[in-house]
Design a protein around this ligand. Sequence first.
Ligand SMILES: Nc1ncnc2c1ncn2[C@@H]1O[C@H](COP(=O)(O)OP(=O)(O)OP(=O)(O)O)[C@@H](O)[C@H]1O
Length: 274
Amino acid sequence: MAGAVSGSPTVLEARGLTLDFPAAQGSLRAVDNVSFTIRQGERLVLLGPSGCGKSSILKAAAGFLSPSAGSIALRGRPITGPGPDRVVVFQEFDQLLPWKTVRDNVLFGLKRKPGLSTAEARDKADAAIERVGLARAASAYPHTLSGGMKQRVAIARALAAEPEILLMDEPFAALDALTRERLQEELVGLAETLGFTLLFVTHAIDEAILVGSRLHLLSAHPGRTVATFDVSAFGPGSWGSQDFEHVAGEVHRILFGGALRRSARPVLQEATYV
Ligand SMILES: Nc1ncnc2c1ncn2[C@@H]1O[C@H](COP(=O)(O)OP(=O)(O)OP(=O)(O)O)[C@@H](O)[C@H]1O
């Protein structure tokens, strides 16, 4: 994957990105001088301890937050607000509209796409629903779906709009371990089949290595770049291999100091966060 994307055009680029929030006394620096490039087809994961500014970077990419210094640009154009070329999938699956069926929820995501006829929109929605394996649930309402299925609807809705980049903020955090694993696999499978570009935020090391093609590690608050890792060699099925454990241990050492202790399959390292 890394070889395949290394010559691909740049989709998203942050240069010296610095993000501040207003605070009681002046402002609070959330992200300090962070730079990265995401090429077409790449899956960049922002990984770091709670509060290091991952979500803030994602919000800047989505156009909800402006840099106080540095820049963030999509296809070379500075991001000044939200747009249909970027779709955000949050953890809250209940971003789905409860009074609309799966198909209508996905169609709703196409509303902002200019120049689509009703029939074309329907075809795109149905194709996206099919791709995430929900064809049989197309007429169902969100409250009848499991958390994992709702998440797939959210992904279908995002993909149907054919964005330049998909922005995902801990989309699997609220799911049980088995569903999470399955959706991680599905996401990577879909990303590779469809070649979409992804910016993914997580604080879970295993998830980052499995989902990403590259990791961008941030220090504790305020977030500064501490390391990057090429993890394109890993994917579903890699967990537990010697190479995987080596990278996971290295990432853990850089982020938290000390060795990564395993008990069983991913018990995420929440307890080690400061
Ligand atoms: N709207 C806001 N107003 C003020 N401060 C904020 C706001 N949003 C975030 N912050 C602060 O900015 C810093 C970075 O927050 P952010 O949510 O980006 O971190 P994160 O790495 O995504 O954390 P987590 O993993 O816990 O979700 C934190 O100190 C947070 O308190």
